[in-house]
Design a binder for this molecule. Structure first.
Ligand code: MD6
Ligand code: FE
Length: 206
């Protein structure tokens, strides 16, 4: 599989998952979301809602709310139940694109409806930054922006299509990044349109 280096530490694997694989994974995600419903996280302190809805798979999940802020926890914030298991295809994805010696512990599932976006941010709530963050996109194409270690560093943009994988590691592990927009009608995968992004993370040291 050809990886395109987008920046030091960032590898882009266009079309990592084919259409049949995307459909099979979507079936697994539908079942997972029945057990662990999508919720709307809110910003620390302000309580402002995110424009994406999310849930998690795996041993740990990323959550955020007004009072307790960003964190990982082993249970869904509304049901109190453990997160659904990590699908096997995502374990395969992690071991095929990363060289980290231990499995991913968390898969954050972000659901974008056509107007949703995600502001520039760093993924830095993990206890270790030794492992990369691996992201898989499903559904409508999105405009992804990657910057540097400072919020004001110059950025470049890449369009992520359904099945594309991005690996953020090394010197890019703490780079600012975000989603500027989703392009409606660019994929037939999700019957209602929109986009799902899965990010795999290692939270604790190996
Ligand atoms: C998204 N992705 O693609 C949001 N984070 O919807 C992320 O925030 C992200 O793609 C860390 C590494 C890769 C990512
Ligand atoms: Fe991120």
């Amino acid at each position: 599989m050809t990886a395109i280096p987008l920046a030091p530490g960032v590898a882009y694997h266009p079309g990592w998952l084919d259409r049949a694989g995307q459909e099979a994974l979507l079936d697994e995600l539908r079942e997972a979301v029945r057990a662990a419903p999508l919720f709307t996280p809110t910003m620390p302190r302000t309580g402002r809602p995110f424009s994406v809805r999310m849930t998690n798979l795996g041993q740990l999940g990323w959550v955020s709310d007004k009072d307790r802020g960003y964190r990982y926890q082993p249970t869904h914030p509304q049901t109190g139940e453990p997160w659904p298991a990590m699908p096997a295809v995502l374990e395969r994805l992690w071991s095929s694109v990363s060289t980290f010696p231990a499995p991913a512990e968390a898969c954050l599932v972000n659901h974008y409806d056509p107007k949703a976006k995600m502001g520039l941010h760093q993924d830095r709530d993990e206890e270790t930054f030794e492992a990369p963050v691996v992201s898989l996109s499903l559904g409508d194409t999105a405009l992804f922006r990657i910057g540097g270690l400072n919020r004001n560093d110059p950025t470049r943009s890449v369009k992520l299509e359904s099945g594309d994988v991005l690996v953020f590691g090394g010197e890019a592990r703490l780079a600012f990044h975000g989603i500027d927009r989703v392009y409606p009608g660019t994929s037939t995968l999700l019957p209602q349109g929109g986009r799902i992004n899965l990010t795999l993370r290692r939270v604790t040291p190996a």
